[in-house]
Design a protein around this ligand. Structure first.
Ligand code: NAP
Length: 491
């Protein structure tokens, strides 16, 4: 596939769905317009598929899955590596689509695509290592040597992959690639805002040689078709990244269906007296405001020791004031329009609540349509929503604390438990705090972040269920199968 062919895939601007290896039109005639959050310009339309079409796509994925599971791993690996190569050839075009569709700066979009190609290659490598074990029985009391369990890993069946708008390519591929590696087929429901980029990703896997039906896409509003998809009897596993609200709802309606959930967060940056405050401020500002704060692992609150709070706040404030706001197509822009005006209104409501309860807005605080200016709020107290709610926007609350125990207590009081970070030069204190924080990952002297992708990535409490990360994702989307040999004595 050359670059021109890639661009021309959907010339008519009504994006079809991948079904059994073909791009097909929905019979509903119902479409959803995708507009750029930057300027409201029309980018294309996706199709709202009917329940009958959903059934057809899932049935097809279920039908072909067994054959895919029987495909030798080396063939599956070749296809994944081809997908990585194709993706890498199209970093520029896909990044351009992402910039317009989700209003993220070009550099971050290009890095999302490149990182995804790397992820797929690493997954292919990990798939080659997928093996099993043999377990002799005779370590158990009363057992003899003649009983041996041969344990292999087998796929789960049809995986439903649902990704959010903020990393549509990366968070779709990080479900698709390990699912395929493990021998599952995949039904992919792209985020509505982010669908165009995600459908191109599906085409990358299609062009790479994923057999017909092993990857099907279903577009439409999650609020309309999501529940129907999730409870479908032929969906064997759900791999979901998105809000805690939707994730919790899904876990309630799917009964015994296994799920992997990566949800919201309220990551704290804990800054101790002996921290390098310049390093802490740099990390905190890029952690909190890049992509306008629309990242699950964004720094979403500072917990800073009283004695150094003024000094840290001054450093953070100086950096926030310099953040470039505007069109993400312009070089150096960090904060742009949020994904929707509704999201911006929500962020504004948190700022207003904090102001009314006595917090001090040091920078920003204003909104124009879907644009929220970078906002820094000091003297936030625990009665304010900003101390607990996930804004998913460019606002950072500062909570002043007087002890390590207080930092741990406030951090753990959150419903969320994605990541946290601690800035200190004292490794003993860092380890003490890291051990006490009820989160999936603690970063020492760095902002929270996902990756590198072979690290485990998980949230606890309202931040998720199950573990992602290359090897971990393959394991999550496969299960052990034991065949027990009961050998007779041949003498
Ligand atoms: P969202 O509103 O929960 O949507 C996520 C996905 O779920 C979208 O594809 C959406 O489709 C779909 N959906 C909506 N309702 C559904 C339903 N009833 N059943 C099935 N699917 C449904 O989240 P978002 O606004 O896109 O993303 C922001 C959230 O994701 C934040 O809370 C953020 O922290 C979290 N996030 C977490 C991680 C992580 O790894 N922990 C990473 C990134 C983002 P539509 O687009 O059609 O509505």
């Amino acid at each position: 596939m050359n670059k021109e062919q890639f661009k021309d895939l959907h010339q008519d601007k009504v994006f079809k769905n991948l079904y059994n290896g073909e791009w097909i039109e929905s019979s509903t005639g119902k479409t959803i317009d995708i507009k750029s959050p930057i300027d409201g310009n029309y980018l294309g339309s996706i199709q709202a598929m009917s329940k009958e079409e959903v059934d057809k796509a899932i049935d097809n994925a279920a039908e072909v899955q067994k054959l895919w599971a029987e495909t030798p791993i080396n063939k599956r690996v070749d296809i994944l590596n081809r997908a990585a190569d194709i993706l890498e050839e199209h970093v520029e075009e896909l990044a351009d689509i992402l910039v317009l569709e989700i209003a993220k700066d070009k550099k971050s979009c290009a890095s999302e695509v490149q990182r995804t190609a790397d992820f797929i290659r690493f997954t292919a490598d990990a798939a080659k290592q997928m093996g099993g074990e043999t377990i002799p029985a005779d370590s158990f009391p009363g057992m003899k040597k003649n009983k041996i369990s041969v344990v292999t890993r087998v796929p789960l069946g049809v995986v439903l992959a649902i990704a959010p708008f903020n990393y549509p390519i990366n968070l779709s591929a990080s479900k698709i690639a390990p699912a395929l590696a493990a021998g599952n087929s995949v039904v992919l429901k792209p985020p509505t805002q982010g669908s165009i980029a995600t459908l191109y990703l599906a085409e990358v896997f299609n062009k790479a040689g994923v057999p017909a039906g092993v990857l099907n896409t279903i577009t439409g509003k999650g609020s309309e078709i999501g529940d129907y998809l999730a409870v479908h009897e032929k969906i064997d596993f759900i791999n979901f990244t998105g809000s805690t609200e939707v994730g919790q709802h899904l876990s309630k309606i799917v009964a015994m269906k296994p799920l992997l959930l990566e949800l919201g967060g309220k990551d704290a940056a804990i800054v101790l007296e002996d921290a390098d405050l310049d390093e802490a401020a740099t990390n905190i500002v890029s952690g909190a405001y890049s992509y306008s704060g629309q990242r699950c692992t964004a720094v979403k609150r500072i917990l800073v020791m009283d004695s150094i709070a003024d000094e840290l706040v001054a450093k953070v404030k100086a950096k926030v004031e310099k953040l470039k706001v505007g069109d993400p197509r312009e070089e150096g822009v960090v904060v742009s329009n949020l994904i929707s005006e509704k999201s911006a209104e929500f962020v504004e409501s948190l700022i207003t609540d904090a102001k009314e309860k006595g917090a001090k807005v040091l920078v920003g605080g204003n909104r124009e349509g879907s644009l929220v200016y970078p906002t820094l709020v000091d003297n936030v107290t625990l009665d304010m929503r900003l101390a607990w709610d996930e804004p998913f926007g460019p606002v950072l609350p500062i909570i002043r604390i007087s002890s390590i125990e207080e930092a741990i207590e406030i951090s753990n009081k959150s419903d969320y438990g994605l990541q946290g970070c601690v800035f200190t030069k004292n490794i003993d204190k860092a380890f003490y705090i890291a051990n006490k924080l009820e989160v999936g990952t603690v970063q020492v002297n760095n902002k929270p972040e996902r990756g590198p992708d072979h690290f485990p990535f998980l949230g606890v409490k309202a931040s998720g269920m199950g573990t992602q990360g290359i090897r971990y994702s393959i394991e999550a989307m496969s299960r052990p199968k034991a065949i027990v040999l009961n050998l007779n004595n041949v003498e």
